[in-house]
Ligand binder design. Sequence first.
Ligand code: AMP
Ligand code: GLY
Length: 432
Amino acid sequence: MSETVLLVGGGGREHAIASAVADSEATLYACASNRNPGIAALADGFEQLDETDPDAVVDYAESVEATVAVVGPESPLAEGVSDALDDAGVYAFAPNSAEARIETDKSFQRRFLDEHGIPGNPAFEVFDDMESACAFIDEYDGDLAVKPAGLTGGKGVRVIGDQCTAEEAKEYLRDSDYDRVVLEERLVGEEFTVQAFVANGDVRPAPAVQDHKRAYEGDEGPNTGGMGSYTDATVELPFMTPDDYTAAVDIIRAVVEALDGYKGILYGQFMLTAVGPKIVEFNARFGDPEAMNTLPVLETDFVDVITAARDGESLPELSFAHQATVCKYAVPEGYPTDPVSGAKVAIDEESAGDALLFYASVDAREDGIYTTTSRSFAVVGVADSITEAEEIAEDALAAAGEEGLRSRHDIGKPDLIQQRIDHMNELRGGTE
Ligand code: AMP
Ligand code: GLY
């Protein structure tokens, strides 16, 4: 039977999902709050609607006779879009809202990992009262990461000793209107992501990715949704051993077993510390940008994986091309604190050359595509080595021009990769 896939969401991650669906035999429809021109070009239909409104999404799914759905972003998951699709008989390859709490409620996440004895969970405390949280910061011997329990688009965390002092963290809490925060042991090391396809008890992990959350080169500035990311031609990254990757996958498997019945993508964010991978967080979806590294090298038919999940079958073993990828976002000048929108985007698939182009938050007007206040578009190089992939991505950014846009040119460059390797060697006492 030919499948009709409904994609929910309109960012760079969803453009990558749309491309993966377009590579299969399936028919694609998409809906999102913003009109993504890249997705619209690949889809048979694109509806602009509130992607967090379960009724609106179900109405559209029914009108296009979707046989399966993929939900990209976290906010529709939190609002029960996946539950509503399942209830309407449109299988969603995404967790229901209760399972998505592994991402949407960080206090639930830490307690759940703790209760199930999942290895790599850092020490943590949950506070509903900001003054008690401040008192804990004063008492605690060491640095803490301060995290609002709810969704903040990756921008709510403050790490004492890295981004701020203890005094600044307390001020941040006192000035906030957070109802609940998690304070946890600061983890020191190198971060990496492993995304796994999960359904029917099967776990099929993708190669490790390293994202760059800080806004400016050299990992300076405020946290963003992610400025860019890379993968190597192997499943691990240059600063990791194969055992580090296996340890992370084992943690994901343990979480899937504890969740019992989870379906969709489970995203593990890890800190590789001197004593192995520790859990920074779990997300209930693909990463953005990480999906743009992973899906272009997925050789297995993406829709086959989803339909196997829906049909209660074992998931196919995944095959990934042995190629490195480098993804770089172009963001509006001033992003994330004072973004200036309205610059004309002077790049299309043709001028991107050898790089893949994924649109994110842009405004498609009659006379062209313009930036908004969020990440604009990403370019992805795919090649035999990280260095070659990085050059392909840079060539595409050069073709796009810099007018009103900014990128992190250091992502994927040999210098930064070497710094990551040196950092891990130093933490491990030079034994690697
Ligand atoms: P999250 O929203 O949980 O992904 O956190 C955003 C970023 O904050 C992470 O990517 C890390 O860089 C940093 N972070 C979060 N938790 C910790 C922690 N326990 N120790 C050190 N850094 C952390
Ligand atoms: N790249 C981080 C995230 O998607 O949460």
